[in-house]
Design a binder for this molecule. Structure first.
Ligand code: CP3
Length: 307
């Protein structure tokens, strides 16, 4: 097994950094667009054999060092009775229940665990499972009174993902970075702490948009890694965050869209600023954009592998 990612998460890696890309499973891959012509998004998410195929696409096409499960952070809402639908017209439909009832996570999200079990034996790279941060999920459900039940369900959901076979977990608290410092401390951090502590020593990666601004707060939770946006230079962030915590990032996804010379210059800058450092995972600062040319992603990965 290619264990570059897992070694980097323990800050024990040598040689070139591992690379994978947030939102690599899907939208910008021509093969995924092809699958979407015959299957609705909901069918892809909910049919384990199809979700497995999408999870494997970036491994086959891009040869990245990790796979991320093809699913979505919002499905956990179904464990509280919400209906989550991604209509073919785009966007998302979130329907609250008349009365909140806690459903069995193993049963309600069974399609996710089944996908993990199917995909795992087909992989020679680690599989990343994931969840949304309770604040971000609560924001979509428009119910900030549910932060604690969402946290409890998320912990159960992640334990079941681990049991099914994932090798690491990334927590996407995408919207938390928009909060004021006071609200971040109150509405995001305590719930992330509970999740990281409950899973410890299992490797967790924390991500939020604006993570450079709140990196020290995130570091106080002692996750294995923090995924950083492109607001600051990684070498600067490395000085602020304890060396026992790996850094992941931080190419601007807009730069990945091209032009190529600019992409390669920026990539080299990031590589040079982290040269010789253990505990560095190359990634984007946020998800890959849908109109990114596949050639650019291949050029980026080639550059990392030859570094
Ligand atoms: O990273 C991967 O490739 C794995 C799969 C994955 C999806 N969503 C598939 C998806 C992951 C990790 C996510 C995370 C996610 N989902 C986040 C956090 C990450 C981030 O980008 O900040 C958030 C906020 C969501 C919620 C969500 N999912 C919304 C609001 C929507 C509809 C509108 C939109 O943004 O497109 C989705 C749809 C969704 N999730 C799609 C896929 C493949 C369909 C649209 C697309 O192809 O991107």
């Amino acid at each position: 097994m290619n264990d570059r990612l897992l070694k980097a998460l323990r800050c024990e890696n040598e040689g070139r950094p591992p690379i994978w890309m947030m939102r690599q499973a899907g939208r910008f891959l021509p093969q995924y667009q092809e699958m979407r012509k015959t299957h609705s998004l909901m069918k892809l998410f909910r049919t384990p054999a199809l979700a497995m195929e999408v999870t494997l696409l970036p491994i086959d096409i891009l040869d990245v060092d990790a796979a991320i499960l093809f699913s979505d952070i919002l499905f956990i809402g179904e464990a509280l009775g919400w209906k989550i639908n991604f209509p073919d017209s785009g966007g998302i439909e979130i329907t609250p229940p008349e009365k909140i009832v806690v459903h069995d996570v193993k049963e309600t999200l069974g399609f996710v665990f089944e996908t993990i079990e199917l995909v795992k034996p087909k992989l020679s790279v680690p599989l990343i499972g994931f969840c949304g941060g309770p604040y971000t999920v609560a924001r979509y459900l428009q119910r900030f009174d549910l932060l604690q039940p969402l946290t409890d369900l998320t912990i159960e959901y992640l334990r079941l993902q681990i049991q099914a076979g994932v090798d690491a977990i990334q927590i996407f608290d995408s919207w938390a970075g928009e909060l004021s410092s006071e609200d971040f401390q109150k509405l995001s951090l305590p719930y992330l702490r509970q999740i990281v502590d409950a899973l410890r020593p299992f490797p967790t990666i924390l991500f939020c948009r604006g993570s450079c601004r709140y990196a020290q707060e995130l570091a106080s939770l002692q996750p294995h890694a923090i995924s950083l946006d492109w607001e600051k230079d990684l070498s600067l962030m490395r000085q602020k965050i304890p060396s026992s915590i790996a850094l992941q990032g931080n190419l601007d996804p807009d730069i990945l869209r091209g032009p190529l010379p600019q992409l390669l210059t920026k990539t080299d800058h990031i590589l040079t600023s982290m040269q010789g450092q253990k505990g560095f995972i190359f990634n984007l600062g946020h998800g890959v954009l849908p109109d990114t040319p596949i050639e650019n992603a291949l050029a980026l990965i080639g550059r990392i592998k030859n570094s």
